[in-house]
Write a new protein. Structure first.
Length: 268
C-alpha cells in the first residue's frame, strides 16, 4: 500500500512538472493542489510549484499564499523568498499569462556555435512586466528601425537586445532569417538565449553568432536543471543604436562576444 502511494505521488509530481513545461499552468495548479491535499501536505517543493503556477495564471494572492506556506515549512527556502520578493515588485495588479501550447525544450538553452547565443536586455520596460519574467519564458523579437525589441507573448514591451548583437541580428532578420528567444535569467540583469530557427538562402555564409576561438556547444540549462527550475518554479555603441545613428559599417565592426553566465543564475 505504501509503495503504491509512493508511485502515485511520483506520477503526480512528474505530471505537474510536465504540465508546467508545456505552459499548461491551470492544469499545473490542479495537479499540485491534488498532490498537496492527498500526498504531500508538508512538501516545500510542491508549494513552490503551486506558487509558480498561480503566478503564471495571474492569481497573485494564491501565489503569495503558496510561497508563504513554503517559507513557513522552510524559513531558509531561497526559491520561496525570491518569488515573494518578485510578487512584491508586481504589486496587486494581476497580469494574466496566456497559456502557451508549445513545449519549452531544454535544448532551447544550448549556446550552439554560430546558431545561438546569449544577449543582455537593456532599456527595460514597466516593472510589473519585467518582474513577471522567469527563466524558460518564451519571448518575441521585433525589429523597430535600428532597435531589436523584446516582447512577451502578449506583445508587452520588455526591453531591447544589446547593440553588439542587435546590429547583426537586425540585418539578418531583414534578409529573411528567423529566430526564437527564451529568458535565461531575471536576477537584476535580464538575459535571453536567441536561437536561429531558419536561415534564408540569401544569408548563406553569414553566421548569427560568430564563434569565439573554437567550436563548442555550451549548455546553459540541462534537462535536470530546467526541471528543477519548474520544481520551484559598450556605452558608445549603445548610444548610437538607440539614438538612431548606427550604420551598416558599425554592424561589421561590432565585437561578437557573448556575456558569460552561470547555471546558478537560472534558479527562481
Amino acid at each position: 500500500m505504501e509503495d503504491e502511494q509512493v508511485r502515485t505521488r511520483r506520477r503526480i509530481i512528474k505530471q505537474a512538472i510536465d504540465l508546467a513545461m508545456q505552459g499548461k499552468w491551470r492544469e499545473a495548479v490542479e495537479a499540485n493542489k491534488s498532490l498537496i491535499e492527498n500526498y504531500a501536505a508538508g512538501d516545500v517543493d510542491a508549494y513552490n510549484r503551486l506558487g509558480r503556477a498561480y503566478l503564471e495564471v495571474g492569481d497573485y494572492d494564491q501565489a503569495r499564499q503558496s510561497y508563504s506556506k513554503a517559507l513557513d515549512l522552510d524559513q531558509y527556502n531561497v526559491i520561496a523568498r525570491k518569488n515573494l520578493n518578485r510578487l512584491q515588485r508586481l504589486g496587486g495588479a494581476a497580469v494574466a499569462v496566456a497559456e502557451s501550447p508549445n513545449r519549452v525544450e531544454p535544448n532551447s538553452f544550448l549556446e550552439e556555435t554560430g546558431k545561438a547565443g546569449v544577449a543582455t536586455v537593456t532599456h527595460l520596460g514597466a516593472e510589473p512586466v519585467v518582474a513577471s519574467l522567469v527563466a524558460g519564458d518564451k519571448v518575441q523579437l521585433k525589429v523597430e528601425g535600428k532597435k531589436l525589441v523584446v516582447q512577451n507573448n502578449r506583445g508587452d514591451y520588455i526591453g531591447m537586445v544589446e547593440p553588439k548583437h542587435a546590429y547583426r541580428l537586425i540585418r539578418l532578420m531583414s534578409g529573411g532569417n528567423k529566430y526564437s528567444a527564451n529568458i535565461i535569467s531575471n536576477e537584476g540583469i535580464i538575459t535571453v538565449m536567441i536561437r536561429e530557427t531558419y536561415q534564408d538562402p540569401s544569408q548563406l555564409g553569414h553566421v548569427s553568432f560568430p564563434p569565439r576561438g573554437f567550436e563548442r556547444i555550451r549548455p546553459y540549462v540541462t534537462d535536470r536543471l530546467f526541471r528543477r527550475q519548474l520544481d520551484m518554479d559598450e556605452e558608445n555603441e549603445e548610444d548610437e543604436i538607440y539614438s538612431g545613428n548606427g550604420g551598416e559599417e558599425d554592424m561589421d565592426n561590432m565585437r561578437d562576444e557573448s556575456p558569460g553566465f552561470d547555471d546558478k543564475n537560472l534558479e527562481v
